[in-house]
Design a protein around this ligand. Structure first.
Ligand SMILES: *[C@@H]1O[C@H](CO)[C@@H](O)[C@H](O)[C@H]1NC(C)=O
Ligand SMILES: *[C@@H]1O[C@H](CO)[C@@H](O)[C@H](O)[C@H]1NC(C)=O
Ligand SMILES: *[C@@H]1O[C@H](CO)[C@@H](O)[C@H](O)[C@H]1NC(C)=O
Length: 981
């Protein structure tokens, strides 16, 4: 892709200094930079450095030293079989203590799901979470169809040690095979390895900031980390699921032959078969994608694999999402445009931002606040300066009257008051502490880390009363400020110090975070995007000079790179959770850096080590229940940062702290496609970029690109130049142009989302999924589809005025693509790299022939857009056919009591609309039916068999466009209507 592997920038929470220092809980010392407030010393977030195993020249390859297992005692069950596995030789104890006896379970759970589990035979209550995900945390897939016939076949061997294979019966294709490798199962290390074909096409394994096709030289690490949306590292979420697609040639007898190198024959018409693999393991882990294999190495948990046969991507996705949880249905308004920044200082300023959008005629649905709204960053307490309780009521009322919404950030960590200061009361903490809602140290004392408010405690989602306490706090705050959704941040769960650093320092509260905030003295100087210097030379020069002087004053991690590392060796039957013998490739080094420590303890004795990747899922579930308590009938709207497999059934997600630069914008496309596969279709990134300064050109392109992502929000860091769309006249025009299309398409997008929620379909789609017979699209991630029918080919390069794109289709004329702006079919050869004119302010958007779009009119809010007349747009395919559908309800209710479904079908010059009435009464007129691709209109045009008056028919023979008008609301009332031409 030509993207730098990573690029610089300093983010909130990003202080990955991994030097050799012994500091664990050193006392804070006063610093001069922040007046009287104590600052947590930077050393508090430094731990002895570790060298990741995959980078360690001394590392032992477990495959070469471990004995593997032998299977015996096979017992048939109703849905498969069980067997015993015993160690096949002397224990290797390579990164832990080998477990002698394991139990294998093979279950055909459904026709589309095979489960393979290997767990220790002897699990007690006290060590269960070392191996198994705590009950109730996640969906636990079970046998749903006993005695089912599956196209997957499980086979195994003991030669040379236990290994298994999963084969697609119908094609005899081996999908997953550990044969010839060793399964390693220790108390702190689980490894298994499968062969893969050369040049495999693997997708998913999120959360990743990486190209769409993962490639065969990439290690995906899971350890939830607040490290910015940085390329190739472990970031916020863990979704150990992949989709693999294989392309085959087919001979006359239907025999398939795997294509291992397809690039030379890109235009051939291949058979493509996809399958999926979900590893239900929440422990820290590395997944190594190598030339012809994939290796899973986890620091705990079990082998808990689910295989989905597909054989198409939509089938795999549906199987996966019905296993971990279908995406939450979103309220209609959430598809409007959202504006946010860190640095809005008052309700009045928020209202100004809203009014400015109106003034410039830019749609705006929701105004957001970052941590500015809180008093000293304490959850659920408005800052009396600027965000006082009383004014919030009028502010929210006026927003709602205007059809708009308000969403505040809510942080994961809870301030712990200064015990020596009676004025430092924080009832939110007191109530939680009374409930036993917070994590502890192994000795039972509160675990006290450091986040925005100073020293903080952390909710324990495994403690019985925590969820109810959280619900109560959210309800209580709602009664003060009636917010419309919740934005959950810092949920990895992050802490700016190693260990319980505040335990002995609470009398210093409130303390300052261990780094300067943007806008404070010594803060990082913000830079501008690439290319900024070409048009803004003077400003760019002064910014880069300031940056250079800042950089030399504040060395970053690379300047303090370590030469000695902690390497631990296993102690029999004792786990070292702070420094596990196998060091995963954690971007922060030791597991305790930048996050609460692995030995933080949950109420049931579970260590954070075993559930770290699930913390973010826990808070999303609790928040979902809190919003449900506030408005029992409404779909909760939650934007969550740290997610796990299944979190999409509670929350939306954004790409986290990205940068105001071009690579961040480019990578937003593969991020979104990956999130589609992982069941979080409500995804978008901080448009115009979060960290550093944006500029006009980048913001112009990005506001247009994000308009075609399901979640569409502009967000900015404290101290950076303002980047609301109205700051530049060209960005106003560009945003309005793209938003006009988005808002027209809202019924289409909402319908797509409904299908995602009901059936596990995707909303944003890769070209490879829509055109599966075409391997040249296997890695296409610079353009994408919104649903099956909209193709977007954005400009992603600074200074460009055109973009090279591909119009999918195997042969000339197979697919028809209509330019959204001029309504005509694009005269291009299929699959050829095509240069598309795209000056600044223009985003190329195409409708796929064969589609029917229900459209409404653009407006400043989705409420007003929903109250506008309908247009039906038909884009005919090469045969003059098209299909489409529409779903409507109140846009709010969890269980809508009134719905409407419409199916559109065009064949032989006739559009037929079938309407299924579920009680929804559509009150807006049908205004026009527009048909693209009509070469000749027969007269008379007939509506329901009756001639349409010529004054209501307009045919443009140059553009091959037919527009019929003169309908009214009655078009929605009957069970069907038709139009013939
Ligand atoms: C788990 O705990 C049980 C009960 O103490 C013990 O018998 C067993 O050996 C432990 N198993 C593992 C694999 O650690
Ligand atoms: C694999 O990636 C590493 C790190 O990016 C790189 O140094 C190495 O050359 C790559 N190997 C191959 C075979 O491309
Ligand atoms: C590709 O192959 C499929 C299956 O044989 C066939 O249905 C389709 O028409 C072919 N497409 C082209 C463009 O040859």
């Amino acid at each position: 892709m030509g993207i730098p592997r990573s690029w610089g920038g300093i983010l909130r929470g990003l202080s990955a200094f991994c030097a050799i220092a012994q500091a664990q809980t050193s006392s804070p010392s006063p610093t001069s930079s922040h007046s009287a407030q104590f600052t947590v010393p930077a050393e508090a977030n430094i731990a002895p450095a570790v060298i990741p195993n995959i980078k360690d020249p001394q590392a032992v390859d477990a495959q070469t030293v471990c004995p593997g297992y032998t299977a015996s005692n096979v017992q048939q069950t109703a849905s498969g079989f069980t067997a015993s596995l015993s160690l096949a030789g002397d224990a290797c104890n390579v990164y832990g203590t080998d477990i002698e006896a394991l139990s294998l379970t093979v279950e055909y759970q459904r026709a589309d799901r095979l489960h393979v589990a290997i767990v220790p035979t002897h699990i007690g209550a006290e060590n269960a979470t070392q191996y198994l995900i705590p009950q109730g945390y996640l969906a636990e897939p079970e046998v749903e169809e006993p005695n089912v016939v599956s196209d997957l076949e499980f086979s195994w061997t003991n030669d040379p040690s236990f290994g298994f294979e999963v084969t697609r019966k119908s094609t005899k294709d081996v999908l997953f095979s550990t044969k010839g490798t060793r399964i390693v199962f220790e108390n702190q290390f689980v490894e298994f390895k499968s062969a893969l074909p050369k040049n495999y096409n693997l997708y998913g394994l999120g959360e990743s900031v990486h190209g769409f096709r993962l490639g065969n030289n990439y290690t995906k690490t899971y350890y939830a980390a607040d490290a910015g949306a940085t390329v190739d590292i472990n970031v916020y979420g863990a979704h150990p699921f992949f989709l693999e697609t294989r392309y085959f040639t087919e001979d006359a007898d239907g025999n398939l032959k795997l294509v291992e190198s397809y690039e030379a024959t890109a235009k051939s018409n291949y058979t493509s078969l996809s399958h999926g693999v979900f590893s239900r393991n929440a422990h820290g882990q590395d997944i190594l994608m190598q030339e012809d294999s994939i290796t899973y190495r986890a620091i705990g948990g079990s082998v808990d694999l689910y295989f989905f046969p597909g054989p198409s991507q939509p089938e795999v996705t549906k199987s996966y999402l019905t296993t971990v949880g279908l995406p939450a249905m979103q309220q209609y308004w959430t598809f409007g445009f959202h504006q946010c920044r860190w640095g809005y200082t008052s309700w009045a300023e928020l209202e100004d931002v809203v009014n400015n959008h109106t003034h410039f005629d830019i749609p705006l649905e929701t105004i957001w606040t970052d941590i500015d709204w809180m008093v000293r960053y304490r959850d659920f307490e408005n800052n009396p300066v600027g965000f006082d309780d009383e004014s919030s009521k009028g502010f929210i009322q006026r927003l709602h009257d205007g059809g708009r919404h308000y969403v505040p950030i809510i942080d994961s960590a809870i301030y712990i008051p200064n015990p020596s200061n009676p004025d430092d009361a924080y009832p939110v903490f007191e109530r939680g502490n009374d409930t036993g809602a917070f994590l502890t140290n192994p000795d039972g004392s509160l675990y006290v880390g450091a986040v925005w408010p100073g020293y903080t405690v952390f909710p324990d989602w495994l403690a019985e009363g925590t969820e109810q306490w959280w619900i109560d706090e959210m309800v209580r705050y709602y009664q003060i400020t009636g917010y419309d959704g919740a934005w959950i941040d810092m949920s990895e769960i992050s802490s700016f110090c190693v260990g319980s650093c505040g335990s002995n320092n609470l009398t210093l509260q409130p303390v300052h975070v261990p780094f300067a905030l943007p806008g404070e003295p010594a803060n990082p100087v913000l830079i501008y995007p690439e290319g900024f210097n070409k048009t803004n030379a003077t400003e760019a020069a002064s910014a880069s000079a300031a940056r250079a002087s800042w950089s030399s004053a504040y060395p970053t991690s690379s300047a303090t790179a370590s030469t000695s590392y902690v390497r631990t060796t296993p102690t029999p039957d004792v786990r070292d959770v702070n420094y596990p013998p196998y060091a995963i490739n954690n971007v922060k080094g030791a597991l305790a850096v930048g996050a609460i420590s692995p030995n933080a303890t949950h109420a049931d004795g579970t260590l954070e080590y075993d559930v770290h990747n699930l913390w973010g899922h826990g808070i999303l579930k609790a928040t979902y229940n809190a919003l449900s308590a506030i408005s029992p009938d409404a779909r909760p709207f939650i934007l969550g940062r740290s997610t796990f497999a299944g979190s999409g059934s509670y929350a939306a997600h954004w790409g986290g702290d990205n940068w105001s630069n071009w690579p961040s914008m480019i990578l937003s496309i593969p991020q979104a496609l990956s999130m589609s596969l992982l069941g979080i279709p409500m995804f978008g990134v901080d448009t115009c970029g979060f960290a550093d300064n944006t500029d006009m050109e980048l913001c112009n392109r990005w506001m247009q690109l994000s308009a075609f992502f399901p979640f569409y929000r502009n967000h900015n860091i404290l101290g950076a130049i303002s980047q609301e769309a109205y700051r530049w006249s060209s960005v106003i025009d560009a945003s309005k142009a793209a938003m006009a299309i988005r808002y027209q398409l809202l019924p289409y997008m909402y319908t797509l989302f409904y299908h995602a929620h009901k059936k596990g379909e995707t909303v944003m789609r890769a070209l490879a999924w829509e055109f599966p017979r075409n391997p040249s699209l296997a890695n296409a991630d610079r353009q994408f589809m919104l649903g099956p029918s909209i193709l977007v080919i954005p400009v992603l390069e600074q200074g460009a005025t055109s973009v090279n794109g591909v119009f999918p289709g195997l042969i000339e004329g197979e697919e028809v693509w209509y330019d959204w702006y001029n309504n005509t079919a694009v005269p291009v050869p299929a699959q050829a790299n095509t240069t598309i004119n795209a000056p600044l302010g223009h985003i190329p958007v195409y409708a796929r022939g064969g589609s029917v779009f229900p459209l409404q009119q653009s407006a400043l809010t989705t409420r007003d857009a929903r109250n506008s007349p309908w247009d039906i747009l038909v884009a005919l395919d090469k045969d003059g056919s098209a299909t489409g559908n529409l779903y409507l309800d109140d846009g709010v209710s969890v269980t809508p009591n009134a719905t409407l479904h419409a199916e559109f079908k065009v064949e032989n010059r006739k559009l037929e609309t079938l309407i299924e009435h579920g009680g929804w009464v559509e009150e807006n007129n049908l205004r026009n039916v527009t048909i693209w691709g009509v070469e000749k209109a027969n007269t008379p045009i007939k509506f329901n068999g009756k001639a349409v008056p010529p004054k209501n028919v307009h045919f443009d023979g140059d553009k091959n466009t037919l527009v019929v008008s003169g309908f009214d609301v009655s078009a929605w009332a009957g069970k069907r209507w038709s139009l013939e031409w």
